[in-house]
Design a protein around this ligand. Structure first.
Ligand code: PMP
Length: 427
């Protein structure tokens, strides 16, 4: 039983003492007090199936006992900054993490968030190349600090406050993009940005493997290999932002970029890496990592013992419970059921994604692709009342984002689909 502060009191404090820019998904925001695997519980003990997992943050399941145990155990031994002392936790986790990456990607820098990881990755590209220009993709989200805000291209959500030294390329969006699924045509745009908008040399390119905040947009096939070739010819480094698509979420692969048949120069990660604890990382090659000896990068809490002990536990759980395989099986099953739902509901314009990173885009007119913004908010509220939590995103805010913890079962997928079916029928 929960006998702490109720929703109304928290709302009052939040509006008085917290940032006025914080937003809610629901008309009546929930007061969530407990989490257990794929479930969340509110102040009245009501259970919700969590199909959003805090924006793809929880991968093993809420409060997974192995992760909790690792964090608690390490907290009772030592928690401090690892900048100037030795401690095994950071080294053990770096070694385990490196073993999950292809090629020569084996040097890890730890941070506290995805934003910090991407900021550091951008800095590395600029130090390594001596160039300033970065190419990123429209509709991307990479973070909210000075550099990453520039690479983020989400005007509609008011994320872009600052823009400097960044060129935004056409989004290779198979559903809304001008060239449909022809990845190589979109990649021409990057080549032309290099030719017409820069000195011919660039620092680098950054892209998610599947856009998350942007509405679970899978990049058109053939896009990334062609872009990587252009960028490398212009002397730049390629960054894969795996903050949402990493850590087995896409099911077919451990990292989202692997489905595109490319190997990045730098990989950034956060969210799933710690199953909810503040942790991020940048992984690159020994040769590229060497540039940071010129600058002496340090980060007080990045790689602290508690977070890295948690991170190591996450990797072990993913393996022990075969969660990548589950993401593939249950994710494909769920996608199939959602595709069937599309046959029934005219409002579903597109169903897309991989594994447990799925998107359902709502439109009021399938030909015009008119975003169904009010309808999605309405449906989300209905689903919440039936015990299912789901996210939303996309440039127009009309895409359901389905990113559950990877322990989601087939029964959960059935329940989720049935609830969405009822909510859409009621619109
Ligand atoms: N990259 C991607 C792909 C993200 O989705 C996010 C967060 N939504 C970030 C970077 C930034 O991560 P953080 O919020 O941990 O700073």
């Amino acid at each position: 039983r929960y006998d702490g502060p109720r929703a109304a009191e928290i709302l009052r404090k939040r509006s008085e003492y917290l940032s006025p820019s914080m937003f809610y998904f629901y008309k009546k925001p929930l007061n969530i007090v407990d989490g257990k695997m794929q479930y969340l519980f509110d102040q009245d003990g009501r259970r919700y199936l969590d199909a959003f997992a805090g924006i793809a943050t929880v991968c093993c399941g809420h409060c997974h006992p192995d992760v909790v145990d690792a964090v608690v155990r390490q907290t009772s031994h030592l928690q401090h900054s690892t900048v100037v002392y030795l401690n095994h936790a950071i080294a053990d986790f770096a070694e385990a993490l490196a073993s999950k990456l292809p090629g020569d990607l084996k040097v890890v820098f730890f941070t506290n968030s995805g934003t910090e990881a991407n900021e550091l990755a951008l800095l590395i590209t600029r130090l390594y190349t001596g160039c300033h220009d970065i190419v990123s993709v429209r509709n991307a989200y990479h973070g909210n600090a000075a550099g990453t805000m520039g690479t983020t291209a989400q005007y509609n959500w008011k994320f872009n406050v600052m823009q400097s030294g960044v060129h935004h390329a056409m989004n290779p969006d198979p559903y809304r993009g001008a060239f449909g699924s022809d990845g190589e045509k979109y990649a021409r745009d990057v080549q032309e940005i290099i030719e017409f908008g820069t000195s011919g040399q660039v620092a680098g390119f950054i892209s998610e493997s599947i856009q998350g905040v942007g509405g679970v947009v899978e990049l058109a096939p053939g896009y990334l290999p062609a872009v990587y070739e252009s960028i490398r010819k212009a002397g730049g480094l390629c960054i894969a932002d795996e903050v949402q698509s990493g850590f087995a979420r896409t099911g077919s692969h451990f990292w989202g970029f692997e489905a595109h048949g490319i190997v990045p120069d730098i990989v950034t990660m956060a969210k799933g890496i710690g199953n909810g604890i503040p942790l991020g990382a940048v992984v690159t090659t020994p040769e590229i990592a060497q540039v940071l000896t010129r600058r002496n990068y340090f980060n007080t809490f990045g790689g602290n013992p508690v977070c890295t002990a948690g991170g190591l536990a996450v990797l072990r759980v993913l393996e022990k419970e075969n969660l990548q395989h589950n993401a593939l099986l249950v994710g494909s099953y769920l996608k199939g059921r959602l595709k069937a739902l599309q046959q029934k509901h005219e409002i579903i314009g597109d169903v897309r994604g991989r594994g447990m990173m799925l998107g359902v885009e709502l439109v009021t007119d399938r030909k015009q692709k008119t975003p169904a913004r009010t309808e999605i908010s309405h449906a989300m509220d209905q689903m919440k009342d039936m015990g299912v939590l789901v996210g939303k995103g996309g440039f127009y805010g009309n895409v359901f984002r389905i990113t559950p913890p990877l322990c989601f079962t087939k029964e959960d997928a059935d329940f989720f689909t049935e609830v969405m079916d009822i909510a859409l029928s009621k619109l």
